[in-house]
Structure formats: structure tokens, C-alpha cells
Design a protein around this ligand. Structure first.
Ligand code: PMP
Length: 369
């Protein structure tokens, strides 16, 4: 007799499903929309509106041949070597990842055991929470103040195995100075992860701190400033002992051959990236001024996005209206962010279009940039 089909929903409800209990119960990370089909002005996932360096495209094309028959360098050594020269560190200080998200996952799997405490600013990049939940760690949220600043006295928790500090933070885009980060690293017993996904749009990097503090890990991504979100390339910088340990946790060949050469070529053409960053920073400042004229409160963003707030008004309606008009921004349906939307800095043309539509929606005069 054929066995009765499994009623998955019932099984899951009874915790008799196939998954670990915490996986069954968790929501899972929800990335920003990547719409297929309609051609949106996409200001929702902090991608760079400008193309990557032509040198990157040439390097990818040159690598697209018979060599893909062979595995890549397990540690992405040619990319580590190039990164060491670029950032003035040793190759042993660098670990490459399949995007910064891969490195975040490696970090959490390396340092967090069931029940271990992990400190997160609140609000922040929501993937941190998801990764800690998968690992059955305990999240300790440190609430940011009204202006999304870190309450410094409360941030350092002696029992934290791991503390996440995105700098600039998301979704506010605001930064804290590197000397304050050094102070946190000194005081903390556990690991401090400084997520510098957006630091190329800011003023200073904490990478030099890895020589002084054996408990600090700096993360970088090529997805934003280098216009390579689709290639999935990230770097971690830390004391060689931390890098060696984390290398045991990573997938055996976590970067493919094309990503390795793309990363090297991107670092070989820093001026291309810097030019794009300059344009984005200029547009960012113009966008902030326009949003202020529209009556939004904004924050001093040092990244490629701007958080805009209309106190006591739910921004879902504005987000949905913009979407109908072909413009995607990011709306977070959480109590602290319901009156906000996060706008990725696009080209001047894209931002002008966004402001035009926004002015129609708000029924206000166009502020223009
Ligand atoms: N950290 C932060 C704060 C981010 O916003 C993002 C992008 N969503 C990442 C890390 C991940 O970047 P990547 O594309 O390299 O995985």
C-alpha cells in the first residue's frame, strides 16, 4: 500500500517537520525586491547606478574560456594579494567572500554557539539577526536613539561573543568616528565586526585598527562602490589568527574564477570607482536638500542611500504610489521605520524623476535638483 502523503503544514505545526525547530519558526531574510520584467527606476537595494570599470568587463571576458574547467584558487589568493597591496595590509590579513553576506555568515558560524550573546544596533541590517537565529545565538538589541545614533555607554556588553557595528549604519547612513570604534574594540571581550559595506562613500576606514586589536574584523563589499553587486565579492580584514580560523568555516571554493579576476581588475582601477563615488556623493547632497524642502527629516548620510522621514505618517502609501509610477524605494514595515523610506542614490536623472513623482504624490511643488 502506498504511504499517505505527508501534510507538511501539519508536520511543521507539530514541530515534526524536517527542519530544525529554530529554522521552522524563523521568518528568513527578506531581500529588497529584484523585479523581473518591468523596467523600474531602482532605488531600493543600494546598487550603484553607474557601470563597473571596463577593465573589469575585459577581465571577466578574458577568463571566460576553457579555464572554467578548473577549480578556482580555494582561498582566492590572487585577489587577496591584490587587496593586501591596495589596502596596505598583509595577505594573511585578508579573507575573500562570495559577497560580504558570505563573510557575515562565516563570522557568525565561526564565533557563535547556541545561546551565545550577539549585540546588534537596532535598527540595522536585518541579515545579522537572521544569521544569529540560524546559529541559535541570542540577539541583544541596543536601541539607537531618535537620531539613529549609538548610545555609546550601552553598546559594549561584556557577555557579547560578537558585536556588529555597521559603519556607516543602515538604514540611517550615519557614521561614528574610527577613534570611537577603537575604544569599543579595546573594551570588548568578544569579537567586534565593523561592516564597512558603504565606507567608500564615507570619510574614514577602520582597516588600520586590525594591527592593534586582535578582536576586530572589518568587512568590505564590491557590490556598492565598485558597481559589482552581481559578481558577489567581499573582503574581510583581521588579525591572521582570525583569518586562519574563519578559513576553516568557509566553503571550499567560495569565489568563482570570474569573481576573482573581476575583483582584481576593480582594485586595479580605483580611480573609476572613486569618480563614481564622487558623482554619487554630489547627487546625495542634492537629494538631501530637496527632501528637506519637501518637509522630510533626513540624516547625515555617508553612504549611497538616504533615509527620509515624515514623522507620524506611514510611508507605505508613498512607497506604493512610487512603485505604481515605476520607481522602487525601500520601505521597512517595522514600528521604528514605518514613517521612513530609504532611497538609494541613483543618477541625477533618476533622482530628478523620483523627486518629480514624489512631488506629485505629496501634492507639493517640485523642489528639483
Ligand atoms: N552589509 C550591509 C550593511 C549591507 O547593506 C549589505 C548589502 N545588502 C551587505 C553587507 C552585503 O553586501 P554583499 O552584496 O557584498 O553581500
Amino acid at each position: 500500500m502506498k504511504p499517505a502523503p505527508i501534510d507538511i503544514e501539519k508536520e511543521v505545526k507539530n514541530h515534526l517537520g524536517y527542519f530544525r525547530k529554530n529554522i521552522e519558526q524563523m521568518k528568513g531574510y527578506c531581500p529588497g525586491e529584484q523585479p523581473q520584467g518591468r523596467d523600474y527606476i531602482k532605488l531600493n537595494t543600494n546598487e550603484n547606478p553607474y557601470p563597473p570599470s571596463p577593465k573589469v568587463l575585459q577581465a571577466i571576458q578574458a577568463e571566460t574560456g576553457a579555464s572554467i574547467r578548473l577549480y578556482p584558487s580555494p582561498m582566492s589568493d590572487p585577489l587577496r594579494a591584490k587587496a593586501a597591496i591596495t589596502y596596505g595590509v598583509k595577505q594573511e590579513n585578508v579573507l575573500a567572500g562570495n559577497g560580504a553576506d558570505d563573510l557575515l555568515s562565516i563570522v557568525v558560524r565561526s564565533f557563535v554557539d547556541k545561546g551565545d550573546f550577539v549585540v546588534l544596533p537596532d535598527p540595522t541590517y536585518t541579515l545579522y539577526d537572521t544569521l544569529v537565529t540560524i546559529q541559535e545565538g541570542e540577539v541583544l538589541n541596543v536601541s539607537l536613539n531618535e537620531d539613529f545614533e549609538i548610545p555609546e555607554n550601552e553598546f559594549v556588553k561584556s557577555k557579547a561573543r560578537l558585536t556588529f557595528l555597521p559603519n556607516p549604519n543602515a538604514p540611517s547612513g550615519i557614521c561614528i568616528p574610527v577613534n570611537k570604534i577603537a575604544g569599543f574594540a579595546k573594551e570588548l571581550n568578544g569579537i567586534l565586526v565593523v561592516d564597512e559595506a558603504y565606507t567608500d562613500f564615507a570619510k574614514e576606514s577602520a582597516i588600520p585598527l586590525i594591527d592593534t586589536y586582535p578582536n576586530i574584523i572589518i568587512l568590505r563589499t564590491f557590490s556598492k562602490s565598485f558597481s559589482l553587486a552581481g559578481m558577489r565579492i567581499g573582503l574581510a580584514f583581521a588579525d591572521p589568527k582570525l583569518i586562519e580560523g574563519m578559513a576553516k568555516v568557509k566553503d571550499s571554493y567560495n569565489l568563482n574564477r570570474l569573481s576573482i579576476v573581476a575583483g582584481i581588475a576593480a582594485l586595479d582601477d580605483m580611480s573609476w570607482m572613486e569618480e563614481n563615488v564622487k558623482k554619487i556623493k554630489k547627487t546625495r547632497n542634492d537629494l538631501i536638500s530637496s527632501l528637506n524642502r519637501y518637509g522630510f527629516k533626513t540624516y547625515s548620510s555617508q553612504s549611497n542611500f538616504v533615509l527620509a522621514r515624515i514623522p507620524n505618517r506611514n510611508c507605505r502609501e508613498i512607497y506604493e504610489e512610487l512603485k505604481k509610477r515605476g520607481i522602487l524605494v525601500r520601505y521597512f514595515d517595522t514600528p521604528r521605520l514605518q514613517d521612513c523610506m530609504r532611497i538609494t542614490v541613483g543618477t541625477d536623472h533618476e533622482i530628478t524623476r523620483f523627486l518629480e513623482e514624489l512631488s506629485h504624490i505629496l501634492g507639493k511643488q517640485m523642489a528639483g535638483i
